[in-house]
Design a protein around this ligand. Sequence first.
Ligand code: NAD
Length: 302
Amino acid sequence: MGRVLEGKVAVVTGAGRGIGRAHAIKLAEQGAKVVVNDLGSSLDGADAATGPADDVVEEIRQAGGEAIANTNSVATAEGGEAIIKSAIDAFGGLDILVNNAGNYRPRMIFNMTAEDFDAVVKVHLYGHFNCISAASKAFRAQRGGRIINTASEAWLGEAAVSNYGAAKAGIVGLTRVVARDLGKYGVTCNCICPRASTRMTDALSFGESVDRSALDSELAALKPDAISPLVIFLASQQAANVNGHVFLAYGGTISLFSAPQPERTIFKEGGWSVDELMEAAPKSLTADVVNPAPGQPAKVKA
Ligand SMILES: NC(=O)c1ccc[n+]([C@@H]2O[C@H](COP(=O)([O-])OP(=O)(O)OC[C@H]3O[C@@H](n4cnc5c(N)ncnc54)[C@H](O)[C@@H]3O)[C@@H](O)[C@H]2O)c1
């Protein structure tokens, strides 16, 4: 098979490091001209630097590919517009948008400030919206395009990341709705939940119960570039029928998530009284349901 994306134009956000860097390099290898967007921020989203985006552009050019750097933030509407415009100005159009940029500010919910919550939702959820919104106008006019979003298994529930998990759940919902908004224009919108060793996973905190060294060696084996072939597939013509889906990808594993369905239902004509529901629910609706974080006795401080 020749190069799958010959002549296509792609934007990858947060492509200066980690998983986004791997996507940008793989897209260029497959013949795409790439806008390497990265604010160059620290993990919590503070600061900015041009180095990460410039370095990846240089790497792509050294390998014979075409790329330009862009350092706008995805977190504002103006940033999203400027990122998409940079592709159109430099390469004459846009075919593929890979939303990947992300920051990370884990805290238990009782320590989570509104600022921490806002900063993460702004980069992840608004970051996706800002770039999709800007790209959708070009995609609609040309009746074609590919959007590949980045969620996380955190949307299914993970401790200490209410900001991140909420944003990622929002990205899943955004993906499924945008798929329906733009499908008729020949556009697809899908979402990946990746697992790969990056500076973000270096910062993961799973609490005292987890063997950190075992986890670190498991994670070290998961290379960012193992995710990128799925991005290429979703960006290709072969995936024209794949729209509004969520994938899990790590190492050699790629899974398609099912859409959540009602699992058990109880029904009573005329509705339930409190007494009736208190009686019926534990016997059927919530029978055998397991609490993922059962209560524990308070720790006695020495
Ligand atoms: N690494 C994993 O196992 C894992 C798991 C689940 C989800 N993810 C998701 O994958 C994506 C990439 O994460 P990573 O692990 O490669 O992290 P990373 O920190 O290595 O890379 C993220 C990049 O995004 C850039 N960025 C941050 N804020 C930005 C902004 N406002 N505008 C533009 N760029 C910005 C950063 O400068 C950084 O280079 C993120 O969306 C993350 O949530 C990663």
